[in-house]
Design a binder for this molecule. Structure first.
Ligand code: TXA
Ligand code: MG
Length: 347
């Protein structure tokens, strides 16, 4: 593997690697992607092999601009054009009816395809140089924390990727929002960097929210606690409120575990051998810091990470979703109730 900064010559080399069926990790404004030529099923198959990802788990195809959309999707509803116009390039992924020509390897055999135009100079330069769609999941091993720097990608994937374009740290640090426009009512499948409020503002109406992005959307798994964790550090993640965090820490310390706490405020009584992983005050800054901190928990060899849930405002919704999934809770009932309340309040 050859890490390169995102200069024009490097981008050309990366485009050549993609044309040859190779894998290129590249920065986006959200997280680093592990890219392959989306029209080349063998290249796409390598993504699944490297990530250890189940083959029915579909990928996002990254495009250079909204003009390419009809090469991949058909029957694009008005809402699709409105959202693309408002948020592309940007951290929004649209799920649309696919063109028959989209390889099954990309969509996991679904009749829909996920598309987005990323807002990062290196990603856009790569897309322009390559000239086609780049299929790219986050550049981490399946189930683990998404990488937000080139160094993270190297740690995750080592020599399994042919080339890493280094664009520094991802400015947002949490994945795109995914909106499904393939059925009558738009649905948020994964909360992310574009908030529900922003989406409703553009669409002029409410959206249906699924607390969970199912692996196979037609067969969602809805058993709280039964899901494998995603976005997860090695440490067991325990969700807490500010009020009960100290009690949770104590419980796990007494079981002889190496414990850390992820919180924006230092707990008043912090035992000596418990590590405080601090989050900044603002919610956007917390999104930027979250995955960095989860990786730090790994580097420190923590066994348990007590995470104080951020407030459910703006990006906080996506942060809470990621922490729930890191804890293996998926779409727990609490999250669903919160979402229903938001819809009811017309937010
Ligand atoms: O910010 C992001 O979205 C990053 C950057 C690299 O663009 N990508 C990313 O990809 O997070 P990934 O593969 O880690 O997550 C994409 C999610 C998956 O959970 C997948 O199930 C879902 O998108 N997805 C892809 N195609 C879909 C489809 N046709 N219908 C429903 N969900 C789909
Ligand atoms: Mg991912």
């Amino acid at each position: 593997m050859n890490p390169l900064p995102g200069s024009p010559a490097d981008v050309d080399q990366a485009a050549a690697v993609l044309h040859a069926g190779g894998l290129v990790a590249f920065p986006t404004e959200t997280v680093y992607g592990l890219g392959a030529d989306a029209r080349n099923p063998e290249a796409v198959a390598r993504i699944f092999a490297v990530k250890g990802r189940p083959a029915d788990h579909p990928l996002i195809v990254h495009l250079a601009d909204a003009g390419q959309l009809t090469g991949w999707a058909q029957d694009v509803p008005r809402a699709g054009w409105q959202l693309a116009e408002a948020f592309w390039p940007g951290p929004l992924t649209l799920v649309l009816h696919r063109q028959a020509s989209v390889p099954d390897a990309v969509t996991g055999g679904l009749d829909t395809v996920a598309l987005r135009v990323p807002d990062h100079p290196v990603a856009l330069a790569l897309l322009a140089a390559f000239g086609g769609g780049i299929a790219a999941p986050s550049a981490n091993r399946y189930g683990r924390v998404s990488p937000t720097s080139a160094q993270d990608v190297r740690e995750e994937l080592g020599d399994a990727v042919d080339l890493v374009l280094d664009g520094g740290r991802c400015p947002i640090g949490i994945e795109s929002t995914i909106v499904d426009l393939s059925s009558a009512a738009p649905r948020i499948l994964r909360p992310g960097a574009i908030t529900q409020r922003e989406l409703c503002h553009v669409l002029g109406g409410p959206l249906v929210l699924d607390g969970l992005l199912a692996t196979t959307p037609s067969k969602p798994l809805r058993f709280p606690g039964s899901k494998p964790s995603h976005y997860a550090p090695r440490a067991r993640v325990i969700l807490a409120s500010r009020e009960d965090a100290e009690q949770r820490i104590e419980e796990w310390r007494q079981r002889g575990q190496r414990v850390g706490i992820l919180a924006s405020r230092r707990p008043a009584a912090l035992p000596e051998n418990v590590t405080w992983l601090s989050l900044p005050g603002g919610i956007e800054e917390q999104a930027y810091a979250l995955y960095r901190r989860l990786r730090q928990a790994d580097h420190l060899g923590l066994q348990v990470l007590v995470a104080v849930m951020p407030p459910d405002v703006g990006l906080g919704h996506a942060l809470r979703d990621r922490l729930r999934r890191a804890a293996g809770l998926g779409d727990d009932a609490g999250a669903h109730t919160e979402l229903q309340q938001m819809i009811g309040a017309g937010q």
